[in-house]
Design a protein around this ligand. Structure first.
Ligand code: ATP
Length: 235
């Protein structure tokens, strides 16, 4: 479904991604793990068209999407939930969700997806008239995910969905990610919480200073002593 080959991405003169290659197959949950500053968010931003690679290929389906504008990429079926859940604070929950569907014209489908999002996140339904800036952190994360789903993505890019959330809420968010996947959306998940991420993922890539240092099935990485020491709290 997604095929990334040898991409280089720069911020000015700083090379943040150094020849990264990876692939995501339809139906998978693939996770990217790695320390702060490894380049995980930069990779997601490049996939969603916010940054342009200087070198390398990004293919989605059979189309090249490297360097294409973000809205072309959303239309092609990739939605990005950025780190820090940027919701429009002065708009209601409902209005934020409507914005997620702004490129769509199938009104019936949109209405249907509103219902699906509210089923997935009953909390958002209860608060649909509330201004988003007054939601709790967990609710804002739900809203950011719900808004991305309103674009009806085939591939969902999630950047640190568990950041700053209480452990119980982290569990809820992860089980919702699994449910979104079961409903047919492929997921590329960036997480600091590598234990949780590996527990739901099919495969994972470990990124260090802009390069993939290892990859494999989630079970393989969970069983690796080196990975456990470096990323899973050493147990
Ligand atoms: P984190 O989990 O801390 O967000 P990350 O793996 O997502 O880490 P990135 O945010 O992708 O890391 O950052 C990769 C590198 O690029 C870092 O060295 C970072 O300082 C640098 N970087 C990120 N954004 C910018 C920017 N706008 N300008 C310059 N350098 C940047």
């Amino acid at each position: 479904m997604l095929n990334v080959e040898e991409i280089d991405v720069y911020y000015g003169n700083i090379k943040a991604l150094k020849g990264i290659s990876l692939n995501v197959n339809e139906g998978e949950i693939v996770t990217l793990i790695g320390a702060n500053g490894a380049g995980k968010s930069t990779l997601l931003k490049t996939l969603s068209g916010l940054l342009k690679p200087k070198k390398g290929k990004i293919e989605y389906g059979n189309k090249s999407i490297a360097g294409r504008p973000a809205q072309v990429i959303v239309k092609a079926g990739i939605s990005h939930v950025p780190e820090g859940r940027r919701v429009f604070a002065n708009m209601t929950v409902e209005e934020n969700l409507e914005l997620g569907a702004y490129l769509r014209k199938d009104l019936k489908g949109i209405r249907n997806d509103f219902e699906k999002v509210f089923e997935l996140f009953p909390r958002l339904f209860e608060r649909k008239k509330q201004l988003s800036g007054t939601l709790s952190g967990g609710e804002q994360q739900m809203l950011a995910m719900g808004r991305a789903l309103m674009a009806k993505p085939k591939l969902l890019l999630l950047d640190e969905p568990s950041m700053g959330l209480a452990p119980l809420l982290v569990k809820t968010i992860f089980s919702i990610i699994e449910e979104i996947n079961r409903n047919g959306t492929t997921i590329l998940l960036v997480e600091q919480n590598a234990n949780m991420a590996l527990s739901i993922a099919t495969r994972a890539y470990v990124i260090e200073t802009g390069s993939v240092i290892t990859s494999g099935t989630a079970e393989k990485l969970q069983a690796s002593e080196e990975i456990r020491k470096a990323y899973l709290g050493g147990m």
